[in-house]
Design a binder for this molecule. Structure first.
Ligand SMILES: NC(=O)c1ccc[n+]([C@@H]2O[C@H](COP(=O)([O-])OP(=O)(O)OC[C@H]3O[C@@H](n4cnc5c(N)ncnc54)[C@H](OP(=O)(O)O)[C@@H]3O)[C@@H](O)[C@H]2O)c1
Length: 278
């Protein structure tokens, strides 16, 4: 069966497979091995269809249904992901966002992080949530953490500076500061977002996950950097708070973004995938 112990490895195998290659696996609780059709297997993946000879738990089935089509595209992708209420809020005005979405969705988020080579967040998300940005709910790879801290206002008190994993910070500040385990990269304040994108592109990552918040994702959308924008919509109304996006104002609805899209369900929440650059 698929568990938190082996789903990370399964996703890694799928990420590293060739385009449209059929995959066969022998899986038990802790170990997962690739095999061939002729050998003993209990999970197969042909095109995007997953078949199992065991019962697949609803949560892991949903996670695979969302991530397999992404991994099978075999394309470099920048993915932005936001959990929001039905009225488009990702946090209260006081910054609290725990929890808008079903708590089990965190397993999905950690799977999404595990397939990502880098994860990007803005400094307000670090200040308000103090996240670890790891894949600790599953056994998965931890992506490189990139933080955008324009004014270099973060301090060593946050968790990401105290767990031994490395960080990159992009800033436009000239302040002299040392942050634990962190490479600080100073960029020209003119066209700051474009400069960040150029720097990330140089790192040649396959999947870059932009995890928020609103300002960070909106800036990247304005600069056409996001390929897949994914909303996980909880059936709750908050009525006030931080909007998921704040894009450039438009004066005519024919200027609205109307991208290709698909839907999934994750723990009774709607996942909407918008393909902004297709
Ligand atoms: N529900 C969810 O899925 C989710 C996910 C993540 C975060 N959140 C919530 O979102 C809230 C934070 O969102 P937010 O919009 O306030 O802030 P944010 O995007 O986390 O951080 C914004 C800050 O990051 C820097 N920054 C990021 N991108 C930049 C760019 N392209 N150019 C210049 N500066 C850039 C700036 O720092 P300086 O001001 O220093 O210049 C800016 O003020 C938190 O309360 C968090 O809980 C929710």
């Amino acid at each position: 069966m698929i568990t938190s112990q082996n789903i990370g490895k399964l996703l890694e195998y799928i990420k590293n497979s060739k385009k449209n290659e059929s995959l066969f696996f022998h899986i038990n609780r802790y170990v997962i091995k690739r095999t061939t059709k002729n050998k003993k297997y209990n999970l197969s993946l042909i095109k995007n269809n997953i078949e199992t000879k065991f019962e697949l738990n609803v949560l892991y089935k949903s996670i695979l249904e969302i991530l397999i089509p992404i991994l099978r595209k075999k394309k470099k992708l920048t993915i932005a992901q936001l959990g929001q209420s039905i009225d488009g809020r990702i946090a209260l005005n006081n910054g609290n966002s725990h929890y808008i979405n079903n708590i089990k969705g965190i397993h999905y988020l950690h799977c999404l992080r595990s397939i990502s080579d880098a994860i990007v967040v803005g400094s307000n998300t670090i200040k308000n949530d103090d996240p670890q940005l790891t894949t600790r709910k599953i056994k998965g790879n931890n992506p490189r953490r990139i933080i955008i801290d324009g004014s270099l206002s973060l301090t060593n008190k946050y968790k990401i500076f105290n767990d031994g994993y490395k960080n990159i910070i992009f800033t436009k500040s000239k302040k002299n500061k040392i942050l634990n385990n962190t490479t600080i990269i100073r960029l020209d304040k003119n066209n700051f977002t474009k400069n960040i994108i150029n720097q990330i592109n140089k790192l040649e990552y396959k999947y870059v996950l932009i995890e928020g918040g609103s300002k960070t994702i909106s800036e990247f959308i304005n600069n056409k950097y996001i390929d897949l924008l994914q909303f996980i919509i909880a059936p709750i109304i908050i009525g006030s708070g931080i909007n998921s996006l704040n894009l450039k104002e438009i004066k005519n609805l024919n200027k609205a973004l109307r991208p290709k899209f698909s839907y999934n369900i994750l723990e009774k929440e709607l996942v909407v995938n918008l393909f902004l650059n297709s």
